[in-house]
Design a protein around this ligand. Structure first.
Ligand code: CIR
Length: 257
């Protein structure tokens, strides 16, 4: 293992998480959320990553969705500016990353969340969405072009973040919800589309010879089977139901580099 990621940062679940969603009519089990995060960490470790944990902040109920707080590229990190309800989540992440990364902050006026940032082998796609504006997208472009990355901006209209609806499977392949994006904007070899009524399956996490997929989407899983067999990838379904209730998906539970 040389070129791929080696580290992940995961944030614990705030004790306020379940109550926050209960007030929004969503029945989250705090215990199950804790177990699911534990299994997620184990899956990252089994995939070859060294995982560090950031303590939760109970004043920030969504803080488990750590992906949105920063965009990490090797030993550099761009600290984002998030939805007002989530501002403040970055502080503890910065506090941890400062020992391993050089930190850059987005400029005033920028809105950017990591869920809108999708890396393929040679290009980074940034969605302009309810959470990321043009200034945020441009700040990501300046941050990544210094490392030789091509950055492409595209609109997100049908979901919270870009990666809610599309993710990179590796080997030149995307997984996407049909009809949500202009797929001509993506410079990839091919696309696998999620199955009907399984839009929650679009967010997967490829790590070396493993593909972490959300549990509970049998038809999309079946569509992925041929790709997985071709490249000898082991699919690992993870139940993340308690995070899906908070509009989260697999990638949003970690920062990876
Ligand atoms: C939010 O609305 O910001 C959180 N409840 C969910 C964030 C999910 N993040 C992600 O997919 N990257």
């Amino acid at each position: 293992m040389t070129d791929g990621p080696t580290h992940a940062l995961v944030r614990k679940v705030a004790r306020s998480y379940a109550a926050y969603y209960a007030r929004r009519g969503r029945n989250v089990s705090a215990q199950l959320a804790g177990e699911q995060l534990h299994n997620y960490v184990r899956a990252l470790e089994t995939s070859g990553l060294a995982v560090s944990l950031v303590e939760a902040d109970d004043a920030l109920p969504d803080c488990v969705f750590i992906e949105d707080t920063a965009v990490v590229w090797k030993e550099h990190a761009l600290i984002t500016c998030m939805h007002p309800d989530r501002q403040g989540e970055q502080a503890a992440v910065e506090g941890t990353l400062q020992y391993s990364h050089s930190l850059t902050r987005v400029p005033p006026g920028a809105a950017l969340e990591g869920g809108d940032v999708l890396h393929t082998s040679d290009t980074t796609y940034v969605g302009t969405s309810a959470r990321t504006n043009q200034i945020g997208a441009e700040s990501l472009r300046s941050f990544l072009t210094q490392f030789g990355r091509r950055v492409v901006t595209l609109p997100v209209r049908n979901c919270l973040h870009l990666k809610t609806g599309v993710s990179y499977l590796g080997n030149g392949m995307l997984l996407a919800v049909p009809g949500w994006f202009d797929m001509n904007r993506f410079d990839v070899e091919d696309v696998i589309y999620t199955a009907d009524n399984e839009v929650g399956s679009a967010n997967c996490l490829r790590l070396y010879d493993r593909l972490l997929i959300p549990d509970g989407y049998p038809n999309t899983t079946q569509r992925l089977q041929q790709f997985a067999s071709k490249y000898k990838i082991c699919m690992r379904p993870l139940n993340i139901s308690e995070f899906e209730k908070g509009d989260g998906s697999l990638t949003c539970l970690s920062l990876i580099w």
